[in-house]
Design a protein around this ligand. Structure first.
Ligand code: FES
Length: 116
């Protein structure tokens, strides 16, 4: 299985995606940043972001059901850990990218790789 190289939060460019208060525990927010579909999850008060593109067949994985920190792709049922993007079950066999997240002044910030 492929493990994506995590984005270094020290060099990432953080983009504000909205108030943390709008994404309560167990909830999610889907955003488009620079053409990337990204899903931000609140898992028991901590925020995580993964690509909203299933590694099996490009399905909208973040629209699936959430079981604790596991998201189940609505298309064919592959599961991923939303904290890391790590694949947990077939039919997917490849991890999906995850992004660093932080909260500052009540705003959720998602970190993308620096340009250039
Ligand atoms: S597209 Fe997600 S499991 Fe097939």
């Amino acid at each position: 299985m492929i493990t994506y190289k995590p984005i270094d939060s020290n060099t990432a460019e953080f983009i504000a995606i909205g108030p943390a208060a709008e994404v309560g525990s167990g909830r999610r927010k889907l955003v488009e940043i620079d053409g990337l579909s990204i899903a931000v999850f609140n898992i028991a008060g901590s925020y995580y972001a993964i690509a909203d593109v299933c590694s099996h067949d490009d399905g909208p994985v973040a629209e699936g059901d959430l079981y604790d920190a596991e998201i189940e792709c609505p298309r064919h049922g592959a599961r991923f850990d939303v904290r890391t993007g790590k694949v947990l079950s077939f039919p997917a066999i490849v991890d999906i990218p995850s992004y660093p997240v932080k909260v500052e002044n009540g705003e959720i910030l998602v970190g993308l790789p620096p340009e250039g």
